[in-house]
Design a protein around this ligand. Structure first.
Ligand code: CP
Ligand code: NVA
Length: 304
């Protein structure tokens, strides 16, 4: 049914190194234009469908606000009040929605759901988080590092905690941005071995958080229990207890190292309050950059 080949953004690997750089540069420029009151409604009458099968604060607000700022419109669609929740196949939903809207964003569980949607969609599909990847967050993280410290090329990034969707997207980013990634997860919580295929020269699994953080330029963590893992919360808190990012752990990092977290954060669990609210934390700028980076992404996908 597809009329032309459309570009999707299901993982970071859907864009090239040069395209990623262009999107980040454009995000920084769009942010400046917005701050200076010079932003133009470049996507007038364009409509985004936003399918949320999981909760969200940042993702929903950034996409919806971004579309409004660009002169378009965004539709919030939840399974609770669409036919998706009553068993209409994802393929049929893709066929129908993509005949009406110009671009679709999906937050769901299995990554295969978004792949199936994209296969039947006539319009670009953006991954707004699956169990496996969170590429939009990486755009914001990369933008934030570039703004505060410059290029990530040749830098060292430490991932501490759960080898989850964010960690998988950091693995992808390591090749696109050319940094070394050191991952420290409790036993049994590292990313699946196949995720490291093709990355072994730049991604290292470490046995302690201290090893991962030693000399790092950026230290990143995430919640210990992702959406869908609520039942495992107590057990995970026990297993992950020595993986908290706090001032002591951060003292092993480079002097000007930054701390990032996609949020929501749980103070006293994966990050200490002192760390999250302290001077090395870039989390609020990182959250804001979801807006700018995604506007640049939408513009990129709609102008291909
Ligand atoms: N970081 C992130 O995606 O936040 P939300 O779950 O609030 O969208
Ligand atoms: N790893 C978290 C990220 C939330 C933005 C989750 O999947 O719930």
């Amino acid at each position: 049914e597809q009329r032309k080949k459309v570009r999707h953004f299901l993982t970071l690997n859907d864009i090239s190194k040069d395209e990623l750089k262009a999107i980040i540069d454009r995000a920084i420029a769009m942010k400046k234009e917005l701050y200076e009151g010079r932003a133009k409604p470049l996507l007038e009458r364009k409509v985004m469908g936003m399918i949320f099968e999981k909760s969200s604060t940042r993702t929903r607000v950034s996409f919806e606000t971004g579309m409004a700022q660009l002169g378009g419109h965004a539709l919030f669609l939840s399974p609770r009040d669409t036919q998706l929740g009553r068993g209409e196949p994802i393929e049929d939903s893709a066929r129908v929605l993509s005949r009406m809207v110009d671009i679709v964003m999906i937050r769901t569980f299995g990554h295969d759901i978004i792949e199936r949607f994209a296969e039947y969609s006539r319009v670009p599909v953006i991954n707004a988080l699956t169990d496996d990847y969170h590429p939009c967050q990486l755009l914001a993280d990369i933008q934030t590092f570039v703004e505060l410290r410059g290029s990530l090329q040749g830098r060292t990034v430490a991932w501490v905690g759960d080898g989850n969707n964010m960690c998988n997207s950091y693995i992808n980013a390591s090749a696109l941005c050319d940094f070394e990634l050191r991952i420290a997860c409790p036993e049994g919580f590292a990313p699946e071995a196949t995720r490291l295929d093709g990355y072994t020269d730049r991604v290292k699994l470490c046995s302690t958080p201290e090893q991962a953080v030693a000399g790092a330029d950026l230290v990143v963590t995430d919640t210990w229990a992702s959406m869908g893992q609520e039942d495992e919360k107590k057990e995970r808190e026990r297993v992950f207890s020595s993986y908290q990012v706090n001032a002591e752990l951060m003292s092993h990092a480079a002097k000007d190292a930054l701390f990032m977290h996609c949020l929501p954060a749980y103070r006293g669990k994966e990050v200490s309050a002192e760390m999250l609210d302290g001077p090395d934390s870039a989390v609020w700028q990182e959250a804001e950059n979801r807006l700018h980076a995604q506007k640049a992404l939408i513009e990129f996908l709609l102008t291909q």
